[in-house]
Ligand binder design. Structure first.
Ligand code: MYR
Length: 285
């Protein structure tokens, strides 16, 4: 069985990995001022954070068109028998639903849509595992069951500098809990049933970060092998510092620094920070 692994751009898997691991990608779009860009193709993350400072209007995002998705899948159908399409959470974007719709429009390749129920490198974890398994010759059914197994231990928490971006884009659920104090709090956010909700209401960034480390420690201190990522919106130095600190504390953790790119950065705003991780034990590798 030849299995293609495809994801959308919001997994933010660097080009070099995509090439090395044969990962295919369909981009989401970001509109800044009058210009529309396919992220990770016509605009880099650095350019995005620079450009948004230069225009008055807030950027907007959109999912890939059905046309683009079916074009990509039809192209892959020439070389593959099965395809696993790993998307950002269905509760924050219509991308997953579009893949489900596109399934019936592609012939000659069996398509398995997978809703990561998260985004960014936490979504990327699924993609990287799927790509390794596909390269080892596993079929799509085996890979899908490993992805469901990963979901059981995957956790991700994040915080934003300014809640108004999420609120404006309509991607913050359960915001009533924060009303009246929107600008004063730095809540820890996470995903529940595919949607973003506050996890804990905390007043300062320092305390919020400390709490995220505590949550991480609950899993890391068990000693099982963990793959983790620190995700930042244009705060690379800070993210590197966190990575180094965690690396010195836990030798069972493999940790990377990753980023909130243009589409996710539009909804979170510059300065956001997050962490994602999962237990590697049980890995098919
Ligand atoms: C679209 O226009 O379809 C894309 C909408 C993307 C909404 C993004 C909301 C923030 C997601 C935060 C992910 C944090 C992962 C750790």
């Amino acid at each position: 069985m030849r299995v293609a692994v495809i994801t959308d751009s919001t997994a933010y898997i660097p080009d070099s990995y995509r090439e090395e691991k044969n990962i295919h990608m369909v981009p989401l779009n970001v509109v800044i001022g009058n210009d529309s860009y396919q992220e990770e193709i016509d605009i880099s993350t650095e350019e995005f954070y620079q450009k948004v400072r230069e225009v008055e209007d807030f950027p907007k995002t959109s999912q890939p068109s059905i046309g683009l998705i079916t074009e990509k899948l039809n192209e892959l159908a020439k070389d593959y028998d099965q395809a696993i399409f790993i998307t950002l959470s269905s509760g924050i974007s219509g991308t997953f639903q579009s893949i489900v719709t596109a399934q019936s429009m592609v012939e000659g390749m069996e398509i398995f849509p997978f809703d990561s129920e998260i985004s960014c490198m936490a979504q990327g974890f699924y993609v990287l595992e799927a790509a390794d398994l596909a390269q080892n010759g596993e079929d799509a059914q085996t890979i899908m069951s490993r992805l469901h197994e990963i979901k059981e231990s995957l956790r991700a928490y994040f915080m934003v500098d300014d809640l108004s971006h999420l609120h404006r884009g309509g991607r913050l659920n359960g915001a009533q809990a924060l009303l009246g104090s929107m600008l004063q709090v730095k809540p820890i956010l996470h995903f529940e049933d595919t949607k973003i909700v506050p996890y804990e209401k905390i007043r300062t960034k320092k305390k919020a970060l400390k709490r995220i480390f505590e949550l991480f420690e609950e899993d890391a201190s068990t000693g099982v092998p963990i793959r983790a990522t620190v995700i930042h919106a244009n705060r690379e130095a800070e993210a590197e510092e966190i990575k180094q600190e965690l690396e010195t504390r836990f030798d069972n953790v493999e940790i990377s620094v990753s980023y909130f790119g243009p589409v996710i950065g539009t909804h979170l705003g510059e300065g956001s920070l997050g962490m994602g991780w999962y237990k590697k034990s049980g890995s098919a590798r």
